[in-house]
Design a protein around this ligand. Structure first.
Ligand code: NIG
Ligand code: FE
Length: 414
């Protein structure tokens, strides 16, 4: 298959982009790409590739931007029900952490999720994976965290394993048993922390080996936050996860600065996510590491809050910077990375080019899949978007409508 005559082919070649390198799109005008089976075999100028591959079936991309599929590196995709009943209260000014402390928020979704069957969870989550795909996300990270007890958490993992196998959206799975303190441990958060480290993580490792032997171990994540897990408890969980061989991530500084970003750097986390109230010292520490700073601008937008990640401080400090949707029922029910980019341009003051790099090659690095997705380069998986726009800057500039014309996943046009 030869995709040819792209007004702009954004290759994003050259690997993850650190600090001020962010926004290097590697544009080829009148560009073309050749795909065989699941992979990209050639990238270049349309006339050159037409001559080298004269008998290839073709897709005419004239007037279009061709680019890598979006990679969304932070979602809470698997849950049951919704929280429409809380929305008006939140907009009237009731704080998110207060609703959580009263047993609402995440806990109300936990109650709905615990009673949902595997079939029901799969059907509800599939609606979201399909919508993401239609909006150009070809790979997404997806967390558990609405079970908060081992059997339900395993059911959520099974849902994600099944949906990844079914496709077309590819999933990078994360165990977030440490998303909140469940009602059974309301007065004993340390007891739940011990339950995660002593029982859940070792059992998860055995379960994964039996139920998903074809997949790498999932990430382990912690919500390091006031009214969730303290810095010390987060360290306990993540250290145990590392010693069992799990790769790790952390929710850090969404509301309060507990030092989660430095903890992520110290423990070698793939990413530290949210980063709204991160201190200068934590930014400096994170920026010296290989941990990707993942910003989720839909979350303050969804909560109508005024503070966003200070993106330029991370970029200036030379961090790897990426964007994600945080798709979840409480703070950010949004499946579109195009909207994330539009917000990032306005609220984080990124250029369209920076926001696109942060949503492709850098977000692939945030889930440690930069070796096979996130750019259009020879040898990489053919995850490619044909966008219904002649200039990449329309992504970001325009919002609220879907600019995707065609999505190719692993070489199949869908
Ligand atoms: O990333 N911060 C914790 N988790 C989610 C919200 C989950 C929920 O409210 O259901 C987040 O914002
Ligand atoms: Fe989150």
């Amino acid at each position: 298959m030869l995709i040819h005559s792209a007004a702009q082919l954004l290759t994003l070649k050259g690997g993850p982009q650190r600090g001020h390198a962010l926004g290097t799109l590697g544009i080829i005008e009148n560009g073309a790409v050749v795909v065989r089976d699941e992979k990209i075999v050639a990238v270049g100028d349309t006339e050159d590739l037409r001559n080298s591959y004269p008998n290839e079936p073709t897709i005419d991309a004239s007037g279009s931007v061709v680019m890598p599929g979006f990679v969304d590196p932070h979602t809470h995709l698997v849950w049951a029900g919704d929280r429409a009943d809380e929305f008006d209260k939140k907009m009237a000014g009731k704080p998110y952490l207060e609703i959580l402390a009263e047993g609402g928020g995440i806990i109300s979704t936990v109650m709905a999720t615990r009673t949902a069957s595997l079939e029901s969870l799969t059907a509800q989550t599939r609606q979201r994976t399909q919508r993401m795909f239609e909006y150009g996300t070809t790979t997404a990270e997806a967390k558990t965290g609405y079970g908060l007890q081992l059997d339900t958490e395993l059911r959520l993992l099974q849902t994600l394993i099944d949906l990844d196998r079914e496709g077309p959206l590819e999933l990078a799975i994360t165990f977030l048993g440490a998303h909140a303190i469940p009602p059974e441990y309301k007065d004993n958060p340390q007891g739940y922390t011990d339950e995660i480290t002593k029982r859940m993580l070792p059992e998860l490792k055995d379960w994964w080996g039996t139920n998903a032997p074809h997949m790498d171990l999932p990430f382990v994540d912690v919500f390091c936050e006031h009214n969730a897990f303290t810095h010390k408890q987060s360290r306990q969980i993540l250290t145990q996860a590392c010693s069992l061989g799990f790769p790790i991530k952390i929710h850090a500084d969404e509301f309060k600065n507990l030092g989660g970003a430095s903890l992520a750097a110290e423990l070698g986390a793939a990413s530290a996510d949210h980063l709204v109230s991160t201190s200068e010292a934590d930014i400096a520490t994170l920026a010296k590491s290989e941990t990707v700073a993942v910003s989720l601008p839909c979350t303050p937008f969804g909560l109508a809050e005024k503070d966003y990640t200070p993106a330029h401080k991370f970029i200036k400090a030379n961090a790897y910077f990426a964007l994600a949707s945080d798709c979840n029922p409480g703070t950010s029910w949004n499946e579109s990375m195009q909207f994330v980019i539009a917000l990032a341009c306005r609220m984080l003051k990124l250029t369209s080019a920076q926001a696109i790099a942060a949503s492709t090659i850098n977000s692939a690095y945030a889930i440690r899949r930069e070796d096979h997705i996130g750019s259009i380069e020879e040898g990489k998986q053919a995850d490619i978007l044909v966008m219904d726009i002649p200039d990449y800057r329309q992504i970001g500039y325009r919002y609220g409508t879907n600019l995707v014309k065609q999505v190719m996943k692993r070489g199949k046009l869908l």
